[in-house]
Design a protein around this ligand. Structure first.
Ligand code: HEC
Length: 116
């Protein structure tokens, strides 16, 4: 009987840990930014380098999946591809822009373009 209780406790703990891990993964999403202001900011601060024929090539929220945007932002990948080009963009502006990209990414519930 004691063993039975022990294995029940063990099972509950395992389930609890599994739930916590899943929640943490979901929370890794980009959140807290203002996607609406991000759209305007993207037009102002990103688009001039990201139209057909410009240095950065075309870029819209559809260029990446949500997970790819998240990785792109958290791993500072722009700085590796085009060093310094984000230096004049404030962190809170970037968060809004990334929120817009993320919310309308290729695999998001509302895929959208940069107004193109
Ligand atoms: C001063 C020019 C410039 C500005 C401003 C700029 N970029 Fe870029 N971006 C580049 C260049 C150059 C590349 C590299 C293109 C390549 O490797 O072919 C790039 C690459 C990218 C890529 C593609 C990376 C990949 O995985 O292939 C994304 C996405 C991107 N930029 C997003 C943005 C966003 C979002 C903004 C605004 C916050 C922005 N860029 C502002 C020049 C710029």
């Amino acid at each position: 009987m004691k063993n039975c209780v022990k294995s029940l406790i063990f099972l509950s703990l395992t389930l609890l840990v599994a739930t916590l891990v899943t929640t943490t993964v979901v929370q890794a999403a980009i959140e807290g930014g203002d996607a609406k202001s991000g759209k305007a900011l993207a037009n102002e601060k990103c688009k001039y380098c990201h139209v057909t024929g410009a240095d950065g090539g075309t870029m819209t929220p559809l260029s990446k999946t949500q997970q790819q945007w998240e990785r792109f932002y958290t791993k500072d990948q722009h700085n590796k591809k085009a060093p310094g080009t984000w230096d004049k963009i404030k962190t809170n502006e970037l968060i809004d822009i990334m929120q817009f990209m993320y919310d309308h990414a290729a695999d998001s519930p509302q895929p959208a373009t940069c107004g193109q």
